[in-house]
Design a protein around this ligand. Structure first.
Ligand SMILES: Cc1ncc(COP(=O)(O)O)c(C=O)c1O
Length: 368
């Protein structure tokens, strides 16, 4: 730590991203990337980026991308802000809509970046525990968000990941709209994994994001579009909310010309993206039933990962911790969170059928 570090950051612990081992042949099932490559049309868009485009600044609001997203979602572009990954959107939301000292709420567990970003902005982060199936009681959450202590008052911002990470649980439209309508602050529904929801469920918060004045949806191209390396995400919400961020807190050129071109091409190629989502869903069912048959408790998931609780070892210690280390040794990375609630669990990103089969081969002897 340098002597120049701001006083208020001296006790803040930074976000620790999932491991990025660069060993050849490693099977990476730890950071929820798409196992399939991005659309070939996105890759072809790289070739359209000319030296002249690189010489000039990019379009400040990623206009062509926003038009593509608007067409795909049936919205107008003024409902959309393009960001450098979904993570930048979170930072912008905090910087734009909360004062230092304000109370920010989410669920426990939740995306572990939220408390870190809140601390960086000098905000107070508090979390409401999900029940033991990772479900959310909207009325209980509303009471918590609105402030149960005397003189507490409502939180400024509430963040809910849905489908939820790390459990995979999808909260229903009814649950989420009840919260949005009963909460006087801003509700962020983090839909980083929305693309993997089974289409027959018919889940769709886009109409609410058009009508409710206090709802922002977070979207990411990292998961559904196989573009985690590109760093591209977007927010969807009321034009006034979008304009506050676009006009005030966003960097002038927060997304670059290469990223804009690839993101637009990837989003326009819905057919290809949907095919990868369907393949991931098929593997989700398969891996869930295999892991259950091996004695794991696997939570229902509408994402591209599974949360599996492994039975404890005979001495009560975490079998998940041992399995994580053994898998890593065998060249397979999964995510292990060393927190009381998740001590027996592994979060496993769905890979290709071959990768999932390799995972099962390694896991079986550890579970029998
Ligand atoms: C719940 C959740 N929200 C948002 C993000 C941000 O994604 P990105 O910044 O890659 O778009 C992630 C990434 O892991 C995530 O898990």
């Amino acid at each position: 730590m340098s002597g120049f570090l701001r006083q208020t950051l001296r006790n803040v612990t930074g976000y620790v991203p999932g491991e990025q081992l660069d060993r050849p042949g490693i099977i990476k099932l730890n950071t929820n990337e798409n196992p399939y490559p991005p659309s070939s049309k996105a890759c072809a868009a790289l070739a359209t980026v000319s030296p002249e485009m690189l010489r000039r600044y990019p379009n400040p609001t990623a206009r062509a991308f926003r038009e593509a997203a608007a067409a795909v979602h049936g919205l107008s572009p003024d409902h959309i802000i393009a960001t450098n990954g979904g993570d930048e959107l979170l930072r912008l939301i905090f910087a734009t809509f909360a004062e230092a000292g304000d109370r920010i709420v989410s669920t426990d567990p939740t995306y572990s970046l939220y408390p870190v970003l809140a601390a960086l902005e000098g905000l107070r982060f508090e979390a409401h525990a999900l029940d033991n199936t990772y479900n959310l009681d909207p009325q209980a959450f509303l009471r918590f968000a609105c402030g149960e202590q005397p003189n507490q008052g409502p939180a400024t911002i509430a963040l809910i990941v849905s489908p939820h990470a790390p459990s995979g649980m999808l909260f229903t439209e009814a649950q989420l709209t009840t919260i949005a309508q009963g909460f006087p602050g801003l509700l962020v529904v983090d839909e980083a994994y929305v693309d993997f929801i089974a289409p027959e469920i018919g889940h769709n918060l886009l109409p609410c994001a058009q009508t409710l004045p206090n709802l922002i949806l977070l979207r990411s191209l990292s998961k559904g579009y196989g573009l985690a390396g590109l760093r591209f995400g977007y927010g969807i919400g009321h034009p006034d909310l979008i304009a506050d961020m676009t006009g005030l807190t966003k960097d002038s050129y927060n997304t670059d010309v290469i990223a804009q071109a690839l993101a637009e091409a990837a989003l326009r190629d819905q057919g290809y993206a949907m095919d990868t989502w369907q393949r991931v869903r098929a593997e989700r069912e398969y891996l869930r039933s295999e892991l259950s048959a091996l004695g794991c408790r696997v939570y229902p998931s509408q994402t591209n990962f599974l949360l599996a609780e492994l039975p404890p070892l005979a001495n009560g210690n975490s079998r998940a911790a041992t399995a994580y280390a053994a898998l890593k040794q065998a060249g397979i990375l999964v995510r292990y969170f060393d927190t009381p609630r998740l001590v027996h669990a592994l979060r496993i990103t769905l890979g290709t059928p071959e990768q999932n089969a390799a995972l099962l081969r390694q896991l079986k002897p550890l579970l029998t």
